[in-house]
Design a protein around this ligand. Structure first.
Ligand SMILES: Nc1ncnc2c1ncn2[C@@H]1O[C@H](COP(=O)(O)OP(=O)(O)O)[C@@H](O)[C@H]1O
Ligand SMILES: CC(=O)OP(=O)(O)O
Ligand SMILES: [Mg+2]
Length: 396
């Protein structure tokens, strides 16, 4: 991107906003590649407000607002709090996770009216996510005109995938019309690649990273680059997720429409909002609630999830020609030892052997000595990658 006309002062701060399907996470960073000073979550809708904690996890602020408070008021509260907490004028730039960069956006970009319009035009490619990512950009632009905002793309990390990996078995003309695998969760995978490098790990080793959160996908990685991923043209493909279906025979979708008479909007709603863990259990899309439930349908939904994760790990290993390392990240990957355990049990044939005690403690290394595959748990930190991209784009 062209250099924005803003430099980061020595006491400048960058706000990173990570808008996901089930949460908006944020973090504040100072200059240099150091951990966040403040982390928090923000919500609009039924329970609007925000909460922020310091680096040690102590609550700094917890602001609950009346139901129905618009997002603009919640962000206004956050920006005001940052000024009170850090001092007026220190916030120099805001970085945003933008889920879809399409073909045009391969690197972080300044969010101007023109680029925002181009990104909004990609909404049909990520109808659930793109508006959620762009809303805070518009809100902050209105609240703080002139504050530099930069977009960082989930899709960008996967541009290293080979043409054969990206291509679907459709007539060529559809590929020319842009129907191909894009892949998502790229900022999370970039963070894992950075961490593996910083931990002194051999990044050449064939590695499969499992980002298991509300949205879930796998990435096959070597040399810090994506070689394959389970999500595709849209965020529906691959693993069953909290409310999204994952891999489904396209014939079943045609059947729903032609034979069962469901309309397009109805089918779209089912695939994005009513499928996955929620759809199969009929109870919840939240893994914590399913693991706590005595209902057999909850166990069936968890089984479907671990079955598909293990199955797709083998698919990723096939692209890489082997697997030497498996990394768990994301809310489920970091916090649900029981889910990791059943995924790893299904992968024993690949040489995955878990150290049960280490897995209970949560890692970072959770594989047993004799296994052929090193298994790690590394916390997701898309916010840090966003902040690093923002800092790299500011003139010194
Ligand atoms: N501290 C935790 N303990 C147990 N499970 C958790 C925890 N945090 C998140 N999860 C699980 O992770 C999932 C949400 O993951 P997360 O990565 O936060 O989602 P997203 O970023 O996609 O909004 C939920 O299924 C939730 O049950
Ligand atoms: C791409 C995607 O699925 O994101 P999230 O996990 O935030 O839903
Ligand atoms: Mg997330």
């Amino acid at each position: 991107m062209t250099d924005p006309a803003v430099a980061l002062p020595d006491d400048g701060l960058v706000l990173a906003v990570n808008s996901g399907s089930s949460s908006i996470k944020f973090a504040l960073f100072g200059p240099g590649d150091s951990p966040a000073l403040v982390r928090g979550t923000l919500a609009d809708g039924a329970r609007p407000g925000f909460e922020a904690r310091d680096a040690g996890g102590a609550v700094l602020v917890c602001q609950s607002l009346a139901e129905g408070t618009p997002a603009a008021a919640v962000f206004a509260g956050l920006l005001d709090w940052i000024e009170t907490f850090a001092g007026a004028g220190r916030l120099t730039a805001v970085g945003h996770r933008i889920v879809h960069g399409g073909d045009a956006f391969a690197a972080p970009v300044e969010l101007t009216p023109e680029t925002i319009e181009a990104l909004a035009a990609l909404t049909p490619l990520a109808p659930l996510h793109q508006p959620r990512c762009l809303q805070p950009v518009g809100v902050i632009a209105a609240l703080r005109p002139g504050l530099l905002q930069i977009g960082c793309f989930d899709t960008a990390f996967h541009r290293s995938m080979e043409p054969t990996v990206r291509r679907y078995g459709l007539p060529r003309r559809f590929e020319q019309l842009g129907i191909r695998k894009f892949g998502f969760h790229g900022l999370s995978y970039e963070h894992i690649a950075d961490r593996l490098h910083a931990m002194g790990k051999d990044t050449g080793s064939p590695t499969v990273v499992a980002h298991l959160g509300s949205g879930a996908s796998l990435c096959a990685m070597t040399d810090g680059q994506s070689r394959d991923t389970t999500m595709g043209f849209s965020v529906l493909d691959g693993l069953p997720m909290a409310t999204r279906c994952g891999e489904v025979d396209p014939g079943a979708i045609l059947y729903m429409q032609r034979q069962l008479g469901l309309g397009l909007a109805e089918v779209e709603d089912i695939l994005y909002h009513d499928s996955g863990l929620l759809g199969v259990s009929g109870l919840s899309g939240d893994m914590r609630e399913l693991l706590d439930s005595p209902d057999p349908r909850a166990a069936e939904a968890v089984d479907l999830f671990t079955f598909h994760v293990a199955r797709q790990v083998a698919v990723m290993a096939s692209t890489l020609g082997g697997i030497e390392r498996l990394v768990f990240t994301g809310g489920i990957g970091e916090h649900q030892g029981a889910v990791r355990e059943s995924i790893c049990a299904r992968l024993a044939w690949l040489g995955v052997v878990l150290d049960v005690e280490a897995n209970r403690r949560g890692g970072p290394s959770i594989s047993a000595g004799g296994g052929r595959v090193t298994v790690l748990v590394i916390p997701a930190d898309e916010e840090r990658v966003i902040a690093r991209h923002v800092l790299a784009s500011l003139p010194r």
